[in-house]
Write a protein that binds this ligand. Structure first.
Ligand SMILES: [Zn+2]
Length: 442
């Protein structure tokens, strides 16, 4: 779905459905707006169930302040207007009260987005606006003041958060990523002390397009396997988003076609949905002409080059695994048989590995040791099929969540070495290494 082709009414409805579906608002809370090229503001209405909003419910406030529509505009219309007045570059605003952002809002704290590069890239530094009565001009002025200072994302004291963007998708991506950043921080604090990226590390990811030569792709040469993989990847990306394993701004999928070719998701990409034709083919190290592969493409290529048996690679930033990633700890899989059998020992690698240490990356990730945590950079898994890689990602995230959930009830008790040896024998796995990489319990 290309949101840029939609009328603002439909874009607002689809985005609100997404916000409601992913529990970032309640029925009554939250409001969105788009400012069009005529200076007219399209905004969600007040007093209408956010779970059943339709295009007919959207209100238009014309540039001359005339209101058109079946309802009154959102009661927070004054702050939307105030933000557009001071920031001519912003054309869309998202405001709601999702739980983790509200937690920061009521703790009077601002999440440090240098926790992971997607949060930093999308939001920059977030601001904090003092409390004001909802719907008042005073609140509008206080929030607009923070946008005047250059913040695109602002935590509202004892209220929620608000993000502005050049498009509604842009504003939504910031909002969702900031909520994710808050969730990760809250989870990470049950585990230890979260660590942050340095400006130098953030620069590594800030570099533009991956420098790959291009080749002229001819779709008429597409074979059955490529068609199958293109559709499979799309289905798993969408499923990953629905399951909370991917977000709008995080997660890359790739799958090998044959010894010379693999497919990878593009950059940029809204992981909510991707079309088969949007995937980028990499052939003999060159990319399809006119397309931009994910910036993880070199890391994925290094794994395919080193391991002919690896058929799919996924890197992602699911919340619970991310808590381990930002605390720079590996995830213990000596928890239940399923975790150990599917994910085995989980490697722990420095942030920079996916940028400049492909030998170490390829040594760590094999079908026998299919998962690794990167410090402040999520996790990566490999599999002998797209389904297998997806499954390992799910098992890894569930293992991380179980270990975190066990913390407040006394911490988990790892399965013994004897149990692991029994499992290895029963499932035909290579014996566990004599010394476990990360030491656990921590
Ligand atoms: Zn509100």
């Amino acid at each position: 779905m290309k949101y840029e082709y939609l009328h603002p009414r439909d874009e607002l409805v689809l985005t609100m459905q997404r916000i409601y579906r992913y529990k970032m608002t309640t029925t009554s809370g939250g409001n969105l707006s788009i400012l069009d090229e005529n200076g007219d503001m399209w905004i969600t209405p007040t007093g209408v169930d956010k779970g059943t909003l339709t295009a007919n419910d959207i209100v238009c406030v014309r540039a001359d302040s005339r209101v058109e529509g079946l309802h009154r505009p959102s009661s927070e219309y004054p702050f939307h207007r105030a933000i557009y007045a001071v920031r001519r570059d912003l054309k869309a605003i998202v405001h709601a009260h999702p739980m983790a952002l509200v937690a920061f809002s009521i703790a009077h704290k601002v999440p440090d987005t240098k926790l992971f590069h997607q949060a930093w890239r999308s939001n920059g530094t977030a601001g904090f606006a003092p409390y004001g009565v909802p719907g008042s001009e005073d609140l509008g002025n206080k929030i607009a003041q923070k946008f005047t200072e250059g913040f695109d994302s602002v935590i509202l004291e004892n209220h929620g958060a608000c993000c502005g963007g050049a498009t509604l998708q842009d504003a939504f991506g910031k909002f969702e990523t900031l909520e994710m950043c808050c969730k990760v921080l809250i989870k990470a604090h049950t585990l230890g002390e979260p660590q942050y990226l340095t400006d130098q590390q953030l620069q590594l990811q800030a570099k533009g397009d991956v420098p790959l030569e291009a080749f002229e792709y001819d779709p008429s040469m597409m074979g059955i396997r490529e068609k199958e993989l293109r559709n499979q990847i799309c289905k798993f990306v969408e499923r990953g988003y629905r399951q909370g394993l991917l977000t709008t701004t995080t997660g890359t999928f790739s799958a090998r076609i044959d010894s010379e070719k693999f497919l990878i998701t593009p950059f940029p990409l809204d992981r909510h949905s991707v079309l088969p034709e949007e995937l980028v083919m990499i052939r003999k190290g060159k990319k399809e002409f006119g397309k931009h592969p994910s910036r993880a493409v070199l890391a994925h290529r290094a794994i395919y080059d080193a391991h002919p048996d690896v058929m799919a690679v996924v890197n992602a930033c699911p919340i619970n695994a991310m808590a381990f990633s930002v605390c720079r700890r590996s995830i213990d899989t000596y928890t239940i048989p399923e975790s150990y059998v599917f994910v085995r020992e989980v490697g722990l690698l420095p942030f920079e590995t996916v940028f400049n240490d492909f030998d170490r990356l390829a040594q760590t990730l094999t079908l026998q040791s299919p998962a690794a945590v990167f410090c402040n950079n999520g996790v990566m898994v490999v599999g002998d099929s797209v389904l297998a890689a997806f499954d390992k990602l799910e098992v890894l995230e569930h293992s991380a969540e179980a270990v975190l959930d066990a913390q407040p009830i006394g911490g988990h008790v790892a399965m013994s070495r004897q149990i692991i040896n029994e499992l290895s024998a029963a499932f035909g796995l290579e014996p566990a290494p004599p010394s476990r990489g990360p030491v656990w319990p921590l």
